[in-house]
Design a protein around this ligand. Structure first.
Ligand SMILES: Nc1nc2c(ncn2[C@@H]2O[C@H](COP(=O)(O)OP(=O)(O)OP(=O)(O)O)[C@@H](O)[C@H]2O)c(=O)[nH]1
Length: 387
């Protein structure tokens, strides 16, 4: 009997001990690793990797895994952008539609011609080109002797096209070259203009245009006046894998940043370096000194291939005056007309080309990243006539 009692007591004891061990083990398995900052988490993981215990199950910290490569955007193809964005010129179409409707009235009176003149001036074509166009239209309409809408449209199209000048060389000089020393160097593009015209945005969009054409690009943030401009540029660059050279110091010498950018581009063997500038100077002498210095210092690394002046199309005659100041200070080689999507004053294309003798090379037609299109004279005229 005593033996039996001892056997039962032993069995109960074994069950208790086994149950207790199983419970303890279950708790340890369910214990979650604490949430810690990454550096502490890795230290904790190493500390707790004690062989032979359940703590070995602690997950490897996330940062020990290879970081995922950032997904780069593929910008839209450049060819056909103006066709894609044609509808954005709808407001400029007012000009085309008004002219067509007046010219189609048949035998035109002096009042009709005055209306035509007013329409052209309101679209910011400028006095010289307006008078020229009026004279040519008067002659053509007389010779034509008809009010057939298609014939009138053809005449107007031909005359507007002549005014926009399809013969101008609008290609961007963005091919790398070889210096006098026999060393290859990137093409360099200096982007200038008054603040707020869309300069930084244009540099970002231009980088995408160049990337879409499979060119290696580097950006220089020489707008050191506004720290946010460099951040803005960096974001544009990161989206398409384009490096940005900048200074961390607000108010740093823009010429030094431009020099560093071209030097870095040269060393990295990129095709094009595009440099953004501030353009916020009190007077013409300051502006001249600053832009002159930037251009001179950049040229020590590679000749400046293109100076693009960014103009806000909505600013009309005021924009033209700004353009003249910049053109007096640096040799502008091309115009970028921004915000053409928001204005009926498309005639500024004609006015600015006439005023400066420099072609409009690119137009901004919206705030989207690929809303910058190479300018095409025929597409532009067709868009405003069909608007
Ligand atoms: N609708 C429209 N907006 C544009 C276009 N281009 C630029 N913008 C807008 O214009 C505003 C000013 O652009 P920014 O690029 O910051 O101008 P910025 O000339 O660099 O100005 P600062 O850096 O201050 O000198 C932004 O809101 C742009 O999105 C365009 O073609 N169409």
């Amino acid at each position: 009997m005593t033996d039996q009692l001892w056997a039962i007591l032993s069995a109960v004891l074994v069950i208790f001990v086994a149950g207790g061990l199983a419970l303890t083990s279950g708790v340890r398995r369910r214990r979650q690793p604490p949430t810690l900052p990454p550096e502490e988490r890795s230290a904790q993981a190493i500390d707790t990797l004690t062989p032979g215990t359940d703590e070995v199950l602690v997950e490897a910290p996330e940062e020990e895994q290879a970081p995922a490569a950032p997904t780069l955007e593929r910008p839209e193809p450049v060819a056909g952008r103006m066709t894609r964005l044609r509808a954005r010129l709808a407001r400029s179409g007012t000009l085309g539609r008004s002219l067509l409707s007046i010219l189609s009235r048949g035998s035109l009176t002096e009042a009709d011609w005055e209306e035509i003149e007013e329409t052209l001036l309101l679209a910011d074509i400028g006095i010289g080109p307006t008078t020229e166009l009026m004279d040519r239209l008067r002659t053509q309409v007389r010779v034509l002797g008809t009010d057939d809408p298609q014939a009138v449209r053809d005449v107007l199209r031909a005359e507007l096209l002549a005014l926009v000048d399809p013969g101008m060389d609008r290609s961007l000089r963005v091919s790398p070259g070889v210096g006098d020393d026999g060393e290859p160097h990137p093409a360099t593009v200096l982007v200038v203009g008054v603040n707020g015209t869309g300069k930084t945005t244009t540099v970002g969009k231009l980088a995408r245009v160049l990337v879409a054409e499979d060119r290696e690009v580097l950006l220089g943030a020489a707008d050191t006046f506004r720290a946010a401009a460099a951040d803005q540029l960096q974001t544009w660059g990161e989206r398409v894998g384009v490096p940005v050279v900048r200074s961390d110091r607000e108010g740093a010498d823009p010429a030094a940043v431009a020099f560093d950018a071209v030097k870095a581009g040269r060393e990295a063997g990129v095709d094009v370096v595009v440099v953004d500038t501030a353009g916020r100077l009190q007077n013409k002498t300051d502006l001249m000194n600053e832009l002159g210095k930037i251009k001179r210092i950049m040229s020590r690394q590679a000749p400046v291939s293109e100076v693009l002046l960014v103009l806000d199309a909505t600013t009309g005659q005021n924009g033209l005056r700004q353009a003249q100041v910049f053109a007096d200070v640096v040799d502008v080689t091309g115009i970028v007309l921004t915000k053409l999507d928001g204005t009926a004053k498309g005639g500024i294309v004609v006015a600015v080309q006439r005023e400066l003798g420099v072609p409009v090379k690119l137009i901004g037609l919206g705030e989207g990243p690929d809303d910058l299109a190479p300018f095409d004279a025929a597409e532009f005229v067709d868009a405003i006539l069909e608007g």
